[in-house]
Design a protein around this ligand. Structure first.
Ligand SMILES: Cc1cc2nc3c(=O)[nH]c(=O)nc-3n(C[C@H](O)[C@H](O)[C@H](O)COP(=O)(O)O)c2cc1C
Length: 168
């Protein structure tokens, strides 16, 4: 958790095939900035396991493809973490898992697989995984923006941002 008076440093990691997760991540980035956090957004294909700097908070925002698989741009990072198995006990993370409920058993498994892997590597999850169903008649960016307001306020702790009351 950020020390008293210190902004949370958050990196949003984006896994996407057709841009929905990126749009969601941009909306969430703005919410977190408005809450006073120091936020960086990184497409997963642009980073390796070394991105997981101790002390930062990571927000994985990814869709699901194939049969419960990750989008192409997330595969290298996921596989590198699986094989190098770094100790991530000094990081906290959240997950936004996008999917489509009509895919049944593989629904939102991209984000869920990331959640399991990060937990196995010792990272501590802050809050519940946000699962969005593309078939649910709700806009993922709106659902995610509301989730992020709650996440920063309730799960990252009172020192997460410098202005956590805005928008309440
Ligand atoms: C070819 C294809 C395969 C998909 N497979 C799954 C799946 O196995 N499970 C799931 O929950 N959603 C699946 N989806 C739905 C996407 O994850 C969902 O539409 C998501 O919002 C797309 O986000 P993106 O634009 O960031 O990639 C699939 C979509 C397509 C087009």
């Amino acid at each position: 958790m950020a020390a008293e008076g210190e902004q949370a440093k958050i990196t949003i990691l984006v896994g996407t095939m057709t841009g929905t997760a990126e749009m969601v991540a941009q909306e969430v980035e703005q919410v977190l900035r408005d809450a006073g956090c120091d936020v960086a957004l990184c497409m997963m294909n642009d980073c390796g396991p070394e991105v997981f700097e101790p002390g930062r908070v990571f927000l994985v925002c990814t869709s699901t493809y194939g049969f419960g698989n990750l989008p192409d741009n997330a595969l290298d990072l996921f596989e590198a973490l699986e094989s190098s198995r770094p100790d991530l006990s000094a990081i906290r993370y959240g997950v936004i898992a996008l999917g489509d409920g009509t895919y049944g058993d593989t629904f939102a498994q991209g984000g869920i697989r990331f959640d399991k892997l990060l937990a196995e590597l010792g990272a501590k999850r802050a809050g519940e995984v946000l699962v969005h169903d593309a078939n649910a008649n709700t806009l993922p960016e709106e659902v995610a923006a509301q989730w992020a307001r709650d996440w920063v306020r309730n799960d990252l702790g009172p020192a997460a941002g410098t202005d956590t009351q805005r928008g309440s």
